[in-house]
Design a protein around this ligand. Structure first.
Ligand SMILES: C[S@@+](CC[C@H](N)C(=O)[O-])C[C@H]1O[C@@H](n2cnc3c(N)ncnc32)[C@H](O)[C@@H]1O
Length: 214
């Protein structure tokens, strides 16, 4: 995703510190529910982009709470604007790189995890940055409730193949998968920005749901 330089956003985001959690994330470990008006199942999306998915899901499922992690502040600010416009009570946002998940979330604190059109990092030397690398899968295994699912969608066939290999190599369980979500019987949830773009281009969308409990 192209970076725009908008230095004023650093300042503007401070006005939304009830929505974007800016203090030490480790202090919320095990207590994320307290940041929401209602305690209800907690879902996590890593790499929200501009927020179409998390906003759509929060509208569709008001009986769930959603946390979105996005490393790019300019992009995250678009999510803030959407959440404010709709006055959604069940979203909180984190502006950070999701490399310290187990320091931020307690074991089994997350009900469901979503990875949508994650950056593919095509060079082998960057494989550890892929959000479905085994190092990330091990963190998801700790913060997710046992037996619960990760939902992964991508246009990138190489990243999808890599993901299936990681899951097989480490004996994780695939509950369902398809290399063509829009021509399958698997129901789709909410389309992301990247998804809308790739579907319009006729690109197949890969999807899998997997559980990390062994
Ligand atoms: C290709 S975009 C997809 C955005 C959105 N999920 C969609 O489907 O439209 C990937 C997004 O994930 C964010 N991202 C990538 N790696 C991340 C990480 N380790 N932690 C937090 N955000 C990350 C990027 O900044 C970018 O906004």
């Amino acid at each position: 995703m192209r970076l725009r330089k908008k230095p004023w956003i650093e300042q503007a985001i401070l006005e939304h510190s009830d929505l974007v959690i800016l203090d030490d994330l480790t202090t919320h470990k095990g207590n994320w529910q307290k940041l929401f008006p209602t305690s209800q199942p907690l879902c996590l999306e890593i790499g929200t982009g501009r927020g179409s998915f998390i906003v759509g899901m929060a509208q569709k499922y008001p009986e769930r709470n959603f946390i979105g992690i996005e490393a790019n502040l300019d992009v995250l600010y678009d999510v803030v604007k959407k959440v404010r416009a709709l006055q959604l009570p069940n979203i909180r946002l984190i502006r950070d790189n999701a490399i310290s998940l187990t320091e931020w979330f307690a074991p089994a604190e997350i009900e469901t995890l979503y990875l949508n059109f994650s950056d593919p990092w095509p060079k082998n030397r960057h494989a550890k940055r892929r959000l479905t690398h085994n190092n990330f899968l091990k963190m998801y295994q700790q913060i997710l409730k046992s037996g619960n699912s990760v939902h992964f969608k991508t246009d990138n066939d190489q990243l999808f193949a890599f993901t299936l290999e990681e899951l097989a190599t480490h004996n994780y369980q695939i509950k369902q998968y398809t290399t063509d979500l829009y021509n399958s019987s698997i129901p789709n949830s909410v389309a992301t920005e990247y998804e809308q773009k790739f579907v319009a281009l006729g690109k197949n969308i890969n999807y899998c749901e997997f559980t990390l409990s062994i």
